[in-house]
Design a protein around this ligand. Structure first.
Ligand SMILES: Cc1ncc(C[n+]2csc(CCOP(=O)(O)OP(=O)(O)O)c2C)c(N)n1
Length: 662
């Protein structure tokens, strides 16, 4: 039986701290923490398996606050349950520079925060990955060491966002029964009542996607507890729609959008505390409420110790593999495997598309890197991501390393965030480069929070041909390069593709896009080289015959083109060198001397990339010659398109000659 009086006082501690935090910061969102305090109190005091003394304990339940604007809810919980990194002084510094309490939760700032949320829907999307990784890791290492749940607190906004549909459909399909959504069903958003813009019956929507769904009174702790009990026993993921009042307790603003996103104001705050029977000053929590909250924070200690004994009893080899995987440390064998592959490629000289080269690399890499989990948003045969050795994840069956995400690019990228943040796996997901548009919000979260996901993005230019301009990316390379901490590789042949895969895997602090061609390319790296030449972002691929008059830069499929232009120029008596640029932004981040050495001192700088010029001026200057796209593509065979848009060796050589002769 729940002691209602104690429950209320504990929930009111969350409400009071949240009101005070927002009031002191003069900005923030008090409504959600006040409304969802009962839900959070039931979850954290009775169900959530966690130990405040060990925020990173691998078998903890994950709690994801998808409605990140309600961050004071989470910070209050971390403080009350005794996380060392969340003293009261941090609540008092809510939203201030270098505090542990930024406006929206950031997992790389605050221990106990599982993921960065704020863009509505991202937590919901990532939670599918958390829950999936849990089951996959349990299938590999056993329920003895991996046996936890993923709880999500989500809001109306989370469920209105389109990504929620992708997420719930995938979770329902896969029967991720350890995923439990607590929906703060308050019927209010910023513009006012939800009825302004939404009339979805959420439980029925979830049921249609294969979930268990119930409605409860979100201020009745017994009802919330009973619903969670039932959800824990379900063989499906569960939605618990908790009817709540936003800003619960605030005399005038409760139940209105005025409680959503601004300080209550002195008078309203006073009135709320009086209504809640909370007779304490700002940030004051009496000891008789602190004590049971601290107890909740240590409640999981025994479970953690039990887990540690079970873990210690596992074979040493299994333990070291588990630790390696959680630490994102690559296995020893990868470097040697890539070196061997490169030797073979230099000998065989395959003239293949880089998507095919990627598959060839993956045949080797998937053997060497057991944590690599591949998948595609329903373009597997085009993305070439499924190698022979990869079994498929299926509903309720989690032994495997290939995920059919369905036609859900955004859901895929979000789930990949969750898979990585859960720990134990390195996800690589695929679609066409053009559809990074559909995945970008989650890719940005990956870049922002240092998640090393790998995006295998094929069909990377007009070179895809007949599908036409709707499918031909032109601005996407520039747009992706503009995301801080995103690394974009566009390899030129099979050797570079292997090197870029290695670099993507070696990254532990941010995501990588591999932009790959549909069309076949001639090999450009013809000699064996033990070093990874792509690591510096650009390198001299073909020196000039004599003092260079021009340097020709290119990425990916256009490297072949500039090599040909180099030959044409040579025939015309102009010495040119060729620099391959697999990663423009990585190259631009090199120290100045290294950059200068590669750029060289030839008077003419030219670049070719079948995309917009945006970004290349940093390398060739505003007066440099650029051969690429200035608008959208067209539907025609690839070879004709390159000619039509003037992206040819002849056009480049001519432009350089004109400049040379002027
Ligand atoms: C993708 C995205 N769009 C818009 C916003 C701005 N925003 C923050 S909260 C919110 C809606 C608030 O409604 P709800 O989700 O019901 O939260 P509550 O009012 O219950 O706190 C919006 C539009 C956002 N954070 N993310």
């Amino acid at each position: 039986m729940i002691d209602h009086d104690l429950h209320n006082r504990m929930a009111n501690a969350i409400r009071a701290l949240s009101m005070d935090g927002v009031e002191k910061a003069k900005s923030g969102h008090p409504g959600l923490p006040m409304g969802a305090a009962d839900i959070a109190t039931v979850l954290f005091t009775r169900f959530l398996k966690f130990d405040a003394a060990a925020p990173n304990w691998p078998d903890r339940d994950r709690f994801i606050l998808s409605a990140g604007h309600g961050s004071m809810l989470l910070y209050s919980l971390l403080h009350l349950t005794g996380y060392a990194s969340m003293p009261l002084s941090e609540l008092e510094r809510f939203r201030q520079l270098h505090s542990k309490t930024p406006g929206h939760p950031e997992n790389f700032v605050t221990p106990g925060v599982e993921m960065t949320t704020g863009p509505l829907g991202q937590g919901v999307g990532a939670s599918v990955g958390f829950a999936l990784a849990e089951r996959m890791l349990a299938a590999e290492f056993g329920d003895g060491v991996v046996d936890h749940h993923t709880f999500v607190l989500c809001s109306d906004g989370d469920l209105m966002e389109g990504i929620s549909q992708e997420a719930i459909a995938l979770a329902g399909h896969l029967k991720l029964s350890r995923l439990i959504f607590l929906f703060d069903d308050n019927g209010i958003s910023i513009d006012g009542p939800l009825s302004l813009a939404d009339s979805v019956d959420q439980p029925r929507r979830f049921e249609a996607a294969g979930w268990n769904a119930v409605r409860v009174d979100g201020h009745n702790p017994d009802a919330i507890a009973a619903a969670i009990e039932a959800a824990l026993k379900s063989d499906r993921p569960s939605l618990i729609a908790c009817k709540t009042t936003i800003g619960f307790g605030a005399p005038k603003k409760a139940g209105t959008s005025k409680a959503h996103g601004e300080p209550l104001g002195e008078e309203e705050l006073k009135g709320a505390k009086a209504a809640l029977g909370w007779n304490y000053g700002p940030f004051e929590v009496p000891e008789d409420i602190r004590a049971p909250w601290r107890e909740a924070g240590t409640r999981g200690g025994a479970a953690r110790q039990d887990w540690e004994s079970r873990y210690a009893a596992m074979p040493a080899g299994t333990r070291s593999e588990f630790e390696r995987r959680l630490a994102r440390r690559l296995p020893e064998g990868l470097g040697a495997a890539i070196a061997k592959l490169k030797d073979k490629l230099v000998t065989d000289k395959p003239a293949v598309a880089t998507r095919k080269a990627s598959e060839m690399a993956l045949e080797v890499i998937t053997e060497a890197v057991p944590e690599l989990v591949l998948g595609s948003a329903d373009l597997t045969p085009s993305n070439n991501t499924k190698t022979k050795n990869l079994a498929e994840i299926r509903p309720g069956s989690f032994v495997g390393r290939y995920i059919h995400y369905g036609i859900r690019e955004h859901g895929m990228a979000a789930a990949m965030n969750g898979i990585t943040l859960h720990g134990g796996y390195r996800p690589a997901g695929a679609t066409f480069l053009i559809f990074t548009d559909y995945a970008r919000p989650s890719m940005r979260i990956a870049a922002l929070s240092g998640i090393p996901s790998i995006y295998v993005m094929t069909h990377d230019s007009i070179g895809l041909g007949e599908d036409g301009p709707t499918h031909q990316p032109v601005e996407h390379l520039a747009a992706l390069r503009a995301i801080p901490n995103m690394r974009v590789f566009r390899p030129a042949d099979a050797v570079e593709t292997a090197e870029c895969w290695q670099l993507a895997l070696e990254r532990t602090d941010g995501p990588t896009v591999l932009a790959l061609t549909r069309q076949n390319l001639a090999p450009s790296r013809l000699v064996s080289d033990a070093s990874n030449r792509c690591a510096a972002g650009a390198y001299e691929l073909s020196p000039a015959d004599g003092p260079a008059r021009a340097t020709l830069f290119a990425s990916g499929s256009e490297v072949e083109l500039v090599l040909k232009a180099q030959g044409l120029l040579k025939a015309a008596g102009v010495a040119a060198r060729v620099v391959s640029v697999p990663s423009l932004e990585l190259f631009l981040a090199q120290p100045e001397a290294a950059r200068r050495a590669v750029i060289g001192d030839a008077p003419i700088l030219a670049a070719a990339e079948a995309a917009v010029r945006f970004g290349w001026d940093a390398l060739i200057g505003p007066d440099g010659i650029f051969i690429g796209m200035t608008g959208f593509g067209a539907s025609a065979p690839a070879k004709e398109l390159f000619k039509h848009f003037g992206i040819t060796a002849e056009a480049l050589a001519e432009a350089v000659l004109r400049r040379h002769n002027s």
